[in-house]
Write a protein that binds this ligand. Structure first.
Ligand SMILES: NC(=O)c1ccc[n+]([C@@H]2O[C@H](COP(=O)([O-])OP(=O)(O)OC[C@H]3O[C@@H](n4cnc5c(N)ncnc54)[C@H](OP(=O)(O)O)[C@@H]3O)[C@@H](O)[C@H]2O)c1
Length: 336
């Protein structure tokens, strides 16, 4: 039997496990031109919360009664398509299922296992990594002498954005929701300073840790963290707006109180979606894969085994359980 995770209820406020159902279905069969994929890793991402709503989002909403869909790494186990061979590692936007058919192989991308563990294709060497690159390097434009502040600093995007800014010569300060996350970004990622925003007031921490103000704020969380960053911005600061996870599970829009700082400090605040930059992925991979191989850039994955634990793993990501990329391991494979 083929285990699948269905989306069965739209959450109001915080997503919980009642929004999902585990289903045992028949084994899928590849038709003409189709590719059958054994899932290895499912990605849990903050933006999946937006896809659970009924309203508009930048990604298509989930259909009730249908499987959850996210980025998945898998291995081809049957192919009627000349573009894919049995044994190929691939990633694509696929159903949360042990095995899934990709009709005509559309939407599947081959993974080069020589670049690193295949799971990196949906984390540090994939779209989340490109998110950090585009947001930090193209919009944040950190330079030597700049102070860069990053929220969710121990997360998937945050830890990479911080290391990219360090390579560019900036001073990097991060916030995270647990002491062991603060220790991780200081000791492993080379951040210059970091604080636990659950234990310290963000405004006070920025006053202490960014005495020359903030030149780049890489926003992953929005809310009161963004308000504090606005309050400590220097003239001409850049604010790449990557995400606002603090609002994703709220039922009311709480607003941002001190947006007048945009004017007085001439701040450039730019929202971006990585999907608009997908053509840059090969160049990004070619640039950064050697950094990972040489150990100059580090990346943490938090891999939870068992497809039946996927809903709890996704919810735990929102609760801040993980350092780095939260993946669900569906099957053992030697691609690591
Ligand atoms: N623009 C794009 O194209 C794009 C692409 C990918 C991701 N994103 C966005 O980038 C952000 C980070 O994504 P990611 O995949 O790297 O996730 P992540 O940071 O690996 O994981 C989410 C983290 O968010 C933190 N968090 C949860 N609730 C919070 C709150 N109320 N206040 C502050 N922090 C909170 C938690 O860490 P703590 O323990 O530190 O609280 C949690 O571990 C998200 O907002 C996401 O939507 C945008």
């Amino acid at each position: 039997m083929n285990t699948r995770i269905l989306f069965v209820k739209r959450p109001v406020g915080w997503v919980d496990e009642s929004c999902f159902a585990i289903e045992q279905g028949p084994e899928p069969v590849a038709g003409p031109q189709d590719v059958l994929v054994q899932a290895l890793y499912l990605s849990t991402d903050p933006y999946l919360r937006g896809r659970m709503n009924d309203g508009p989002s930048y990604a298509p909403g989930f259909t009730l009664g249908q499987p959850v869909v996210s980025r998945v790494v898998g291995r081809v186990i049957a192919s009627n398509n000349t573009g894919f061979a049995v044994g190929d590692y691939v990633w694509g936007f696929l159903d949360w299922a042990e095995r899934v058919v990709a009709p005509r192989g559309e939407g599947l991308h081959k993974i080069d296992p020589s670049l690193g563990p295949v799971s990196l294709a949906i984390s540090a060497l994939g779209m989340p990594g490109l998110t950090a690159w585009v947001g930090m390097m193209e919009l944040g434009k950190p330079a030597p002498g700049d102070t860069v502040f990053i929220s969710s600093a121990a997360g998937t995007v945050g830890q990479l954005a911080g290391q990219f800014a360090k390579r560019a010569g900036a001073r990097v300060v991060g916030s995270a929701g647990a002491d062991h996350k603060v220790a991780y970004v200081l000791e492993k990622c080379g951040f210059d300073a970091a604080f636990n925003y659950k234990e310290h007031d963000t405004g006070e921490a920025l006053r202490e840790l960014c005495p020359r103000g903030v030149d780049v704020y890489f926003d992953n969380v929005g809310g009161t963290t963004l308000e504090a960053a606005l309050g400590h911005a220097n003239v001409g600061a850049r604010f790449p707006v990557c995400g606002m996870i603090s609002a994703y599970n709220l039922t009311e829009d709480r607003g941002i109180r001190n947006l007048q700082m945009l004017l007085s400090k001439r701040i450039t605040m730019t929202g971006f979606i990585v999907g608009d930059h997908v053509h840059k992925l090969p160049a990004y991979q070619a640039r950064v894969a050697p950094w990972f191989a040489r150990g100059e850039t580090v990346f943490a994955e938090d891999i939870v085994p068992g497809i039946e634990r996927a809903p709890a793993t996704l919810i735990g990501m929102f609760n801040g359980e993980a350092i780095g990329k939260r993946l669900v391991q569906v099957a053992e494979d030697s691609g690591r």
